[in-house]
Design a protein around this ligand. Structure first.
Ligand SMILES: Cc1cc2nc3c(=O)[nH]c(=O)nc-3n(C[C@H](O)[C@H](O)[C@H](O)COP(=O)(O)OP(=O)(O)OC[C@H]3O[C@@H](n4cnc5c(N)ncnc54)[C@H](O)[C@@H]3O)c2cc1C
Length: 456
């Protein structure tokens, strides 16, 4: 009788069983699979408690889908995989390809240690590096032409769901599920593939068809809230793209998915830009040192209601609305004159959906130091943004109880009203009009007086 053939599937940020080509490849290659997740001390060290708690739940959900066969291992990845390969007599390891700098370097290290990795699929509809300018095969630096190229390139249909999964039973010692508790008072989105598919269904029914109109309104449930699910690969973008038609709302949603892919592509071609300025000249700008203002920003006590609501949402939910991500980022860089990396690191600590490419380039775009057409001199007005995108003040009221007694007309400018500060809301730490001009002065010092030419 021939020996049972086994293959390892190493899960990382593809924590699902449907539409998972790497899992299908592992199943096809063997009689039994060995599903494994390896806890990475480096990533754990840079993830805040909310993201860890989410990951812990997601691993449990994946394990359930795999009939309790997930090996959750601790240790150096190459050593863990070598040990499993020897134990189960496998010769290779299946993965979904990584493109961001840390994951790609880790996979290379594992290969250099003598472990053959078989890459099938990636966390993207179109893998980074594939969409290039037809004229000279160089990467796109601007989003809109990238989007056109990305659509023309197209993507595969979702992969099938495996009919059966035969997996080896792990030993008790291989079931090192982390015990990462949810911090007190925190309320994050439920983790796992099932939750992702349910949320997608709910959004298709209740939000998608109006997405173009509602996506900017911070106080309503008008966006998909799939970012954490996408980050951990509990759902694949292909699954979302399959259901999109040609209406304006659907097209707008497709374009947002494409921003994620664009930024992954930009980081792939410019691997240092998770920390470095995409447009290097901005490194020479005069910035302030972080101090009391930075602390006020982090805790949501700047005295600007829309900014404070957003920062408190981040700390409370591990998520922030896209509109307010832009507003608080602009405020940090252009009102407080702090470097974008400080804010990006704080987001990294708190976001459950933290994605190195979308975060760094979302920050750089807003700071005006990155790709595309947001010039440095575009300064978001935190008061006008609030009036426009939270007109009735519900968003502020939800996260800033000190302002909950104010009407829609009052809540964006409590300093104009007698009882604006009666419940302990802090006064403004800066004057927006003054800081806007200061920001433009500093821009002049590095002699950039026109829209940013990336890499100029
Ligand atoms: C300063 C800043 C930091 C950000 N950091 C992150 C991050 O760490 N992780 C992250 O996933 N997104 C980040 N974004 C992008 C965006 O804010 C979030 O993806 C979005 O708010 C998630 O909510 P949603 O799933 O409801 O989005 P939806 O509006 O429903 O969009 C659907 C999906 O499209 C993608 N998407 C939407 N907008 C963007 C965008 N501007 N850039 C890239 N992808 C986008 C996301 O995967 C999102 O889940 C950042 C944006 C800014 C301005």
């Amino acid at each position: 009788m021939s020996a049972t053939k086994r293959s390892i599937i190493w899960f990382r940020r593809d924590l699902r069983i449907s539409d998972n080509p790497a899992l299908l490849a592992a199943i096809e290659a063997a009689d039994e699979i060995v599903p494994v997740f390896i806890l990475d001390p480096t990533l754990i060290g840079t993830s805040g408690s909310k993201r860890l708690a989410y990951l812990g739940q997601s691993l449990r959900a994946l394990d359930e889908s795999l009939n309790n066969s997930l090996h959750v291992m601790v240790g150096n990845q190459a050593e863990v995989l070598k040990e499993l390969m020897a134990r189960y007599g496998t010769t290779s390891v299946h993965i979904s390809a990584e493109f961001e700098p840390y994951g790609a370097a880790r996979d290379l290290r594992v290969e250099e240690a003598g472990i053959p990795l078989i890459r099938t699929g990636s966390p993207y509809a179109v893998a980074p590096g594939r969409v290039v300018k037809p004229s000279d095969a160089t990467p796109y630096k601007v989003y809109t032409p990238f989007y056109r190229g990305w659509c023309l390139h197209g993507w595969r249909k979702p992969a099938t769901v495996p009919k059966t999964i035969n997996a080896v039973k792990p030993k008790d010692a291989d079931r090192n599920f982390p015990d990462w508790p949810m911090p007190d008072g925190v309320s994050i989105t439920p983790a796992g593939e099932k939750a992702a598919l349910e949320r997608w269904k709910y959004f298709q029914k209740n939000g998608l068809d109006n997405y173009d109109e509602t996506r900017n309104l911070a106080g309503i449930d008008g966006t998909s809230k799939l970012s954490a699910h996408l980050k951990w690969g509990e759902i694949h973008p292909r699954t979302l793209l399959l259901h999109l038609g040609e209406s304006k709302a659907h097209d707008t949603f497709r374009k947002e998915i494409a921003w994620r892919e664009f930024y992954a592509d930009v980081l792939f071609h410019n691997p240092g830009t998770d920390q470095d300025y995409y447009a290097p000249r901005f490194a020479q700008m005069r910035y302030n040192e972080p101090g009391a203002h930075f602390d006020a920003w982090k805790t949501g006590h700047t005295g600007f209601p829309f900014v404070d609501a957003a920062m408190r949402q981040l700390v409370h939910e591990g998520w922030m609305h896209n509109r307010t991500r832009m507003v608080v980022a602009s405020f940090l860089v252009k009102d407080l004159h702090l470097e974008w990396q400080l804010g990006a690191d704080f987001f990294m600590e708190h976001l459950v959906d933290f994605d190195v490419a979308s975060n760094a380039h979302g920050w750089q775009w807003t700071a005006g130091t990155g790709t595309d057409a947001s010039p440095y001199y575009r300064v978001f007005n935190p008061i006008e943004q609030g009036k426009r995108f939270d007109a009735d003040g519900d968003y502020i009221r939800k996260y800033v109880p000190e302002l909950a007694h104010l009407s829609a007309a009052e809540i964006h400018e409590p300093w104009l009203y007698l009882d604006g500060y009666s419940k302990g809301y802090p006064e403004r730490i800066v004057d927006h009009a003054v800081e806007r001009l200061e920001s433009l002065e500093r821009l002049k010092e590095i002699k950039l007086d026109k829209p940013l030419d990336p890499r100029a």
